[in-house]
Design a protein around this ligand. Sequence first.
Ligand SMILES: *Cc1c(COP(=O)(O)O)cnc(C)c1O
Length: 384
Amino acid sequence: MPRPILATVHTQALRHNLERARQAAGGDAKVWAVVKANAYGHGIERAFEGLRGADGFALLDLAEAERLRALDWRGPILLLEGVFEARDLELCSRLNLWHAVHSSEQIDWLAAHKTHQPHRVFLKLNSGMNRLGFQPEAFRAAWARLNALPQVDEIGFMTHFSDADGARGIAHQVAAFEAVTRDLPGERSLCNSAATLRHASTPLAADGQPLTLAADWVRAGIMVYGGAPDHPERTAADWGLMPAMTLASRLIGVQDLTPGDTVGYGSAFVANRAMKVGVVACGYADGYPRHASGSTATGGIGGPVLVDGVRTTLLGRVSMDMLAVDLTPVLAAGRNAGLGAEVVLWGRSASGAVLSADEVAQAAGTISYELTCGVAQRVPFVVD
Ligand SMILES: *Cc1c(COP(=O)(O)O)cnc(C)c1O
């Protein structure tokens, strides 16, 4: 028997969350399902069935775009960072990829590109994130250059928000975007998951047009995988999102502790009473975050976990292949706390209980994106 750890991708949850993105975007907005980083670690091929109802797929990697075409996806694919060198444009032509244009070098490459089929591009504005995109002062000139190229067919406009999930908000970036794109023809794409959920219905002043921030396209990433972009202010349940991935394993050992006994490396947990501890086949070499460990600062109590559907906590440090959990609440609930009992590290238990990756991530000082992207190669996956 293989080690009992298993990741499951939930097709129905992906479908449901995609529908939530559609609802949140409202109106006629189209939805890019963002499938970069191998669909946030879910696997493009495994997530495809659940996400094929999207209007398009957005990603970064040409090889990932090829994999989508190999799945017979004929619809739009957008390269969010555009091309990385001139010859990437050949593959863009061949696979009919739309691509972001965020630098003058990318325009130079297009100008020198020989293609029968003109390209569809999204010109990217740096509206304040200061990652990719043209500064507002340079944006119009970049547009004029692109617009004059026979290699370019339609030009859309995009920008990316730094604070859609937080207090600073997006108004300053929306104003910058509006100021430089207002009178230019073409599709617009502004919202990531956080902006889609929190701001998409906000009116966007556009010369009398009844536009909302959702504009023509939203770019829904974490929300389609069931993560709340603004956790813990709002939870996945608050947003009506379902986990698209379950990472589950089983108890492979049970220890009876007496007061004064310790658990794991560094003896970070010390029992002050008789108790049962379960040992789970999951460790940081599976991609589980070691920072969810209990420490002396937390009295040895670590992040949340479900054992046979009952919520409990990690005890002591996460090690490479194993972690330990408190079985007290599981026994109190009369559930299975013996060898072979189901342990859900994040996702959905067979009993229906849910532990969102957001909560585990919070306990580890990170975000759920990092957890799902980081499930290790040695963990087998199935799709349900
Ligand atoms: C990753 C990414 C998104 C999706 O962000 P989420 O927070 O996962 O919704 C949207 N737009 C761009 C440009 C991205 O790089």
